[in-house]
Write a protein that binds this ligand. Sequence first.
Ligand code: HEM
Length: 402
Amino acid sequence: MTATLAQAAPDAPVLDEDPFSDENIANPYPFFVRLREMAPAVFIQPHSYYAVGRHEEAGIVASDYARFSTTGGVGLSDIRKPGAWRPRSPITEIDPPDHTRVRAALQKILSPLVVKTWRDKFAQRAEEVAERAVAKGRVDGVADISEAFVLQAFPEVLGVDVPPERIKQTGELNFNQLGPNNERLKRATERTAPIMEWYAQVLQREYMLPGGFGEKIYLAEDAGEFDPGTAAPHVRTFFRAGVDTTMAGIGSTLKLLSENPGQFALVKADPARIKGAFEEALRMESPAQVMFRVTTADTVLGGVKLRADTKVGYHMGAANRDPRQWPDPDRFDVTRQTTGVHRSFGFGAHVCIGQMIARLEAESILGAIIRRVRAIEPDGKAEWRPVNTLRTLDSLPLQLRT
Ligand code: HEM
């Protein structure tokens, strides 16, 4: 039946455009419109992968692991092929049923009890950062708020001691590596070359701080809950997946609130809406812009024929503004019901395991700021940092009015 359908379906249309060009990275939204309107799946000629930009099909690619596997890596390059740039992540780059066992073991360590202790730590750090930022008044929402908070609070609970500047550099490298081997990646590789030896060491057992989450992962490996040798890559995956994305989401929420005073007023009047503001900002400016799978066989997606053994990128940035799913998708609306529907945390078996941590961090720092101010105003032009697969701000000049 599937074979007949596959034969009958048309091949994916070809788009001779680079989603990772300077222009598309700076402003991805015109490309997303072209992608969504062309077809449910489009073959991207310059990088030989299928791009999926509609909400429904993005969800299928993210979750239907029998057809769209993560075993080729969640980046554009195929980690099974010679010249792979990194070893497989022991959680993101395996499929069920292997994945189910590993995920359950991780979920056990990330118990509600552990998360509760993190809540207190986040609240304490958020108060300190907010106090300093509000005292300054004129701030960079990135350096003074989102980075100041996440770069301190998250490594602390993870129990790793990494200098903030190096976290940023290696994060940029990581999210460039998930895209094509272009000039942007080459520059990031050159910049980080002097610290790569240090980076290979710093997430090893002897560097874990006592009582932290990282140490717990090593202890779980000792107890046989993870395969031998996988604790270090687990810590690395947590560290990488958790820092840059959360900073990006908090930065975008501040930007959108500053640009939409009416929406800020709604949140100020009812701080329970901070949750909605964060989710809506994640929808509008998805931190992870695209994640990849590989086709396990010839298949059909949205009536389009895809070839076997080919990468498929689900562009969550595009899916999150698909008008088939969202009325008035370019409007920032903190009352919109987006949780579990936007694709910024992925979908299916690999859906973000740290999403409640990200929410906890965002609610802590945004709550601490919003409680102290009557307005957040733009104070100059915000700049995006050019990274292949991460939508994150480089600077966000703001005026915090008390
Ligand atoms: C706003 C912040 C965050 C965003 C936007 C985000 C986004 C994502 C996405 C899109 C995926 C699924 C990838 C795929 O489909 O292949 C994912 C998975 C994952 N995330 Fe997050 N994440 C965030 C915060 C965090 C935090 C704080 C942690 C750690 C505490 C974390 C840890 C992970 C891990 C370990 C996975 C892999 C899960 C699996 O493969 O089963 N993330 N994240």
